[in-house]
Each structure stands twice: as C-alpha cells, then as structure tokens.
Design a protein. Structure first.
Length: 203
C-alpha cells in the first residue's frame, strides 16, 4: 500500500515494519488530562468522557478534558488521494500548537479500505513520510452506529464524514464546525476558523 507525496513515492506498508514506532509526540507533554483545562461542554454533553488511545501507546487522551483552546479531529488514511494533507496538518500543528490548538488524527479504514495497516505500520508511515508530531490515535470506525464519538460529532455539526480527511474543529465553548475532505489544512476557510477559535474569549 503506497501513497504519493509531492510527486514522490512514499514508503509503502511492509511486513518488515516490525520495529517499534518512531512517531515523536511532544503531545505527551501537551495533551495532559487537565480537569481545569478548556472543555468543550457542548460537545461532551451526554458523553462523560471520550478517550483516544495514542497509536504509539501511553495513557489515553480524554477529548473532553484536553488542556486546549481548540481541537481539530481528522479521520485519516495512508493510501488516499488526500493523504498528503498530513503535511499540511503538521504545518498547522507547528504554527498553532503553542497557541492552544491540538490536532488528533483518527485513522479509519471505512472509506475505500485505504487504511489497512496495523497501528504500528500507520505510526511508522506518519513519521517516515510526514514527520508527524501531533497525536495520532488507534484505528477507529467512522460509521456513527459503531462509535459514539462520530455520533456526537454528526449530531452537533449536522454533517457526517463522506470520505477520508474530513475535519471537525471543536471550540472550547462547545461549537463543532465541519469541513469536507477537500478543505485543505492551509485553506483560508479552515485557518480563519482555527484563529477565531483560538482567540481569547471576550470579557
């Protein structure tokens, strides 16, 4: 399974990828379970907590208790025409993480069977090809009947993912904004929404 990045052949999945994942995650320090941190109350209404298991291991991350001003959730895949968006997502992470943005990739094999690899293979793919430093969770099913996270996102935003790299922006005030797969990480539409979400609340 391969994916093209900037005209180059990306590292394919291989059965030989059996060493420990090398995905570097500063989020071990960033994504602290902080009860006093920003909390998307509207998003978490009726959902006491929702924990994502990082693909590289470690303690689960509770999306309802992230110490963040905004969270960008993206259903990802390693063999999709949109896979190069990993590069743009990493640029967003480098630009806005210090301001309170947390990006969480949620690999899924539901659209075109384009994420067939194991969690370990996905972790290595992200690191080798895109130098990803934001959190990538374990593979997660997108259909809302199978997962309460997506059921909640669809209920609040009114839009369900139609393909890989659909994006949901969660604000600390409970707003959930939906962005289709063709909205790139560097698009004016998404960047402006992120910057608004990161602005200090009016007093």
């Amino acid at each position: 399974m391969t994916c093209l990045r900037a005209g180059l052949l990306a590292v394919p999945y291989s059965a030989s990828m059996n060493r420990a994942p090398t995905l570097a995650l500063p989020l071990a320090a960033w994504l602290l379970l902080a009860p006093g941190g920003a909390q998307a109350a509207g998003f978490c209404a009726g959902l006491d907590s929702y924990k994502v298991n990082p693909i590289v291991g470690g303690a689960p991350i509770d999306l309802c208790r992230l110490d963040a001003k905004a969270v960008l959730l993206v259903n990802t895949a390693s063999a999709c025409g949109f896979t190069p968006q990993y590069e743009g997502l990493e640029k967003l992470n480098q630009r806005y993480a210090r301001d309170g943005l947390r990006i969480v990739g949620l690999p899924a094999n539901d659209f075109g069977a384009q994420e067939r690899g194991s969690n370990q293979q996905i972790a290595e793919f992200c690191q080798v090809n895109y130098g990803v430093t934001f959190t990538v969770g374990e593979k997660l099913a997108v259909p809302i009947r199978r997962d309460p996270l997506y059921a909640q996102l669809v209920r609040i935003s009114g839009k369900a993912p139609q393909w890989n790299f659909h994006k949901y922006l969660l604000s600390a005030d409970g707003r959930v904004q939906s962005f289709d797969s063709n909205v790139t990480p560097q698009s004016r539409e998404l960047v402006q929404a992120i910057e608004v979400a990161l602005k200090p609340a009016a007093r």
